[in-house]
Design a protein around this ligand. Structure first.
Ligand SMILES: Cc1cc2nc3c(=O)[nH]c(=O)nc-3n(C[C@H](O)[C@H](O)[C@H](O)COP(=O)(O)OP(=O)(O)OC[C@H]3O[C@@H](n4cnc5c(N)ncnc54)[C@H](O)[C@@H]3O)c2cc1C
Length: 404
């Protein structure tokens, strides 16, 4: 058994999101790559940055949610539709929900993040999310109903004025065509605290133009089936007060929680629950385990003892995409016993969808907003869709739809 494990030269990737799928695709491009197995429970990859355009009908399901069997076919990559429940690092084995036990040579953990409702009473039960195809369908159904009923004071509350909350609020406002008020609830003093100044300014204007009600300094106290209770604590004002609003729906976009399958022995985590790893993306204390994407808290190559791991790389598709390429190299090097490369994030800029047909972007010293930014954003993401054949299919679809 010991000898078998030492000889295992296969790579198993757990999770087929940005980190996992793009690592698999990068491995497939390397000559004489090892056998690669991707384990992912869903049958479709979801290109999350374009989820807003799927919601509004500006893009089609097959474009942003291609099937894994089509993406992986003919590339020497295998896919198992299953969920990993436990990893036994000492035995180099993993156990799945369907009862399989598999042995790996190198294992990549790429299970990402879920939304976090911070134990706010009723939030898990009564709010919608915005991370899946099912979430999109639910929201589309809701907006159709609001437009059909057109009752006075129909409200949707979007919780969290980070990028997802702001982009979603703009799209929902355009889709609702005046049939609902969109409330955007933010506990901090401003929208988009981490964003580039230009994009934040454009986002503020886009929300104003759509009459989205931005409530800063406002915490959600409770969510019920048809109400949301807020606690407002205006700056410089000691008189905080609570308010309950009638809502048709609450969409929760604030906060992330990080959940890896159980790993024995337990690895080191940072204060947010992300897995601590070296600059080479190898899990601390586990030579054959690697981590990529939102779940990874890598030590910055230039960091010194006492620095916080993961501080230099935010949870974003851009980071996961860049990590995937370095990780593919490191997996091959690790199997050959060669030294590994450090990952260093190269910040390429920031793009935001701001309503139907509009966007804002800041990249390479250029700022742009409006319909031109919308087209550029679409083109930039076209080049990031998984695999050349899928990119070409989508490009052909867009050309066929193009009306000058
Ligand atoms: C609506 C939305 C819009 C976004 N827009 C942007 C943007 O514009 N730009 C940007 O840079 N980032 C954006 N992000 C963030 C970006 O999508 C994430 O940072 C990125 O998806 C992280 O990749 P990941 O591989 O770590 O996780 P994910 O992409 O979440 O993939 C994790 C995968 O693991 C699978 N999985 C989970 N548990 C298991 C298990 N036990 N066994 C097997 N598989 C498992 C899941 O099914 C999933 O497919 C957005 C996120 C959202 C929700």
């Amino acid at each position: 058994m010991q000898g078998q494990r030492e000889k295992a030269q296969n790579v198993v990737i757990v999770g087929g999101g940005f980190g996992g799928l793009y690592t698999a695709l990068a491995l497939a491009q390397r000559k004489n790559h090892p056998p690669v197995l991707l384990i992912e429970p869903s049958d479709r990859f979801l290109f999350l940055p374009l989820l807003y355009e799927l919601l509004s009908g500006e893009l089609r399901g097959w474009e942003i949610a291609p099937r894994y069997d089509g993406l992986l076919a003919g590339r020497g990559l295998a896919w198992l539709q299953d969920r990993v429940e436990r990893i036994d690092a000492d035995r180099q084995q993993l156990h799945t929900a369907a009862g399989r036990t598999l042995t790996y040579g190198r294992l990549v953990i790429a299970t990402g993040a879920q939304s976090n409702t911070f134990a706010v009473p009723g939030a898990d039960r009564h709010s919608l999310g915005f991370r899946s195809l099912a979430d999109v369908e639910r929201l589309q159904g809701l907006v159709s109903e609001l437009k059909r009923l057109r009752k006075p004071l129909q409200r949707i509350a979007v919780v969290g004025a980070g990028p997802t909350g702001v982009e979603l609020a703009c799209k929902l406002a355009d889709m609702a065509e005046g049939s609902a008020v969109i409330e955007l609830i933010e506990q901090g003093p401003t929208l988009l605290p981490q964003a580039r100044a230009f994009n934040r300014e454009q986002a503020g204007l886009a929300l104003q133009r759509r009459d989205v009600r931005l409530r800063t300094h406002t915490q959600v106290e409770a969510v019920e089936a048809e109400t949301i209770t807020l606690r407002c604590h205006p700056e410089g004002d000691s008189t905080a007060h609570s308010e309950t609003l009638a809502v048709r729906a609450v969409v929760w976009t604030a906060g992330l929680s990080f959940r890896a399958p159980r790993i024995d022995p337990a690895p080191a985590c940072d204060s947010r629950g992300r897995l601590r790893c070296g600059p080479d993306l190898r899990l601390e204390g586990h030579g054959n385990l690697f981590v990529v994407g939102d779940l990874a808290a890598p030590m910055d190559p230039g960091a010194t003892a006492g620095d916080t791991p993961g501080a230099a790389s935010p949870a974003s598709a851009q980071v996961a995409f860049q990590q995937a390429s370095v990780l593919a190299t490191n997996l091959i090097r690790s199997l050959r016993g060669e030294p590994l490369e450090p990952f260093q994030w190269n910040d390429l800029g920031e793009m935001m969808s701001l309503g139907v047909g509009e966007a804002s972007l800041t990249a390479a010293g250029v700022t742009l907003a409006g319909p031109a930014a919308y087209q550029l954003r679409r083109l930039a993401y076209l080049a990031r869709l998984p695999g050349r054949p899928h990119q070409l299919r989508v490009a052909a679809g867009w050309l066929a739809d193009w009306r000058p």
